[in-house]
Design a protein around this ligand. Structure first.
Ligand code: GLV
Ligand code: MN
Ligand code: MN
Ligand code: MN
Length: 409
């Protein structure tokens, strides 16, 4: 069969329409998980999926499954999907592209009157970003069994609001069980969020796996004291100690190439200009494609903390809150992506995902791979995140053909 292409204009129009929900002044989106804006995006997506002939189920952690029937409904679906939540300074594509390219696959199959033996299922996974509620990839993580449903429902945001309560409030605490989900194969399209495809001038990234991650919550306790009366040698300043820790995180990552280390969240108490900071809460995010290297980074972080406690007298509580090892994707699914890119005549290269993706957890229970497309200057988690209708069309067309290879026409 000649490879099919999706409808470029329709895909782009849907992306632009969805981007109006939570639109920011700089042209991005702020649609934090389980806020009213997340609900609006979910509602619009469900309306579109129903119009495309899909039936909808919502599970107990708020994942939305839209199903296009197959000729043999006893077969496991061929799945795709991603997330609708964004970072606080999110763009228009991170996540949304993977959801709407799934919808565009269904719309294109409808246009072409194509029936598949396997059903097609598009998932919207709850709280992929892990920004409002940590950690990330919660919806797919519950379905894969990495997290229990209860521990996720009990997570709280920085204001103490419970995830389960927010799910109820926005009307997305569904009744489909989170257990027993199956896919014959699963593919996720996503902008690369990094610079490699653009640098190599390639249209498609064939994603062979995802790097591992370790997340921590850190609390540093010093002593509040007067900024004008406390001599420098008598201070226990939690913020200067935190500064040393932040620089150590950077150094640890630099010593373990191509590892990454980030402190992206910090609260300073009492946050008053003439009081020495007594308490700091911050996050640490370590990533590496090699698990042994990631463990070495973890060990060095622990040693750094012990050293800083001894040197400064600040008490430091380092709490690991999330870990997953690097994930290899499925050989056949990778080949379906690579072969579809080749059939369509798109330049392509193999690539490892630097970001976390729901596909990483889906690969626990289903053969999985991902399709990456370039993003301008490799920038993501930023309102200026940018891509083109042609790049989206290419990624979505590869998705369509990879899914068709698995869904048996
Ligand atoms: C989420 O987008 C992550 O990769 O951290
Ligand atoms: Mn994403
Ligand atoms: Mn993201
Ligand atoms: Mn991500």
């Amino acid at each position: 069969m000649k490879p099919l292409k999706v409808n470029k204009a329709r895909l782009w129009d849907s992306l632009m329409e969805m981007a109006k929900i939570g639109a920011t002044e700089k042209g991005g989106c702020c649609r934090l998980a389980l806020t009213d804006l997340d609900r609006q995006a979910r509602d619009l997506y469900i309306q579109w999926a129903k119009e495309a002939g899909c039936s909808i189920r919502i599970d107990a952690v708020g994942n939305i499954m839209a199903t296009r029937p197959g000729e043999d409904m006893s077969l496991a679906p061929v799945g795709t999907g991603s997330h609708l939540d964004t970072q606080p300074t999110g763009g228009k594509y991170d996540g949304v592209f993977g959801v709407l390219s799934g919808l565009e696959v269904v719309r294109s199959l409808n246009d072409n009157g194509i029936k598949t033996r396997h059903p097609i299922e598009i998932s919207v996974w709850t709280n992929e970003e892990g920004s409002r509620f940590a950690p990330a990839m919660m919806g797919s993580g519950v379905v894969s069994g990495r997290f229990t449903l209860q521990e996720i429902l009990d997570k709280t945001d920085v204001d103490g609001i419970r995830l389960g309560d927010e799910l109820e409030r926005i009307g997305y605490a569904g009744d489909t069980p989170v257990t027993g989900r199956e896919y014959h194969a699963f593919f996720e399209t996503h902008i690369e969020q990094g610079p490699y495809l653009e640098a190599e001038n390639k249209v498609i990234g064939v994603v062979t796996g995802g790097q591992g991650q370790r997340w921590y919550d850190v609390e540093l306790t010093g002593q509040e004291s007067h900024a004008g009366t406390t001599p420098m040698h008598l201070r226990t300043d939690a913020l200067t100690c935190a500064s040393s820790l932040i620089l150590a995180v950077q150094a640890i990552a630099q010593q373990h190439k191509p590892g990454c280390g980030t402190v992206g969240f910090m609260q300073v108490m009492p946050n008053s200009r003439n009081t020495i900071p007594g308490k700091i809460n911050l996050s640490v995010d370590l990533r590496h494609p090699d698990d042994a290297q990631l463990s070495a980074m973890d060990t060095e972080l622990t040693k750094t903390v012990e050293r800083l406690v001894a040197e400064t007298g600040v008490q430091i509580h380092l709490k690991p809150i999330w870990y997953y090892a690097p994930i290899p994707f499925d050989k056949n699914c990778i080949e379906a992506v690579r072969g579809s890119a080749a059939d369509l005549g798109y330049s392509h290269m193999d690539i490892i995902a630097g970001a976390g993706h729901d596909a990483c957890y889906v690969s626990d229970f289903a053969p999985t791979s991902m399709v990456f497309t370039p993003c301008l200057n490799g920038i993501s988690h930023n309102e200026i995140e940018s891509t083109t209708p042609e790049e989206c069309e290419a990624g979505c067309s590869v998705l369509l053909n990879a899914m068709l290879r698995m869904a048996e026409v």
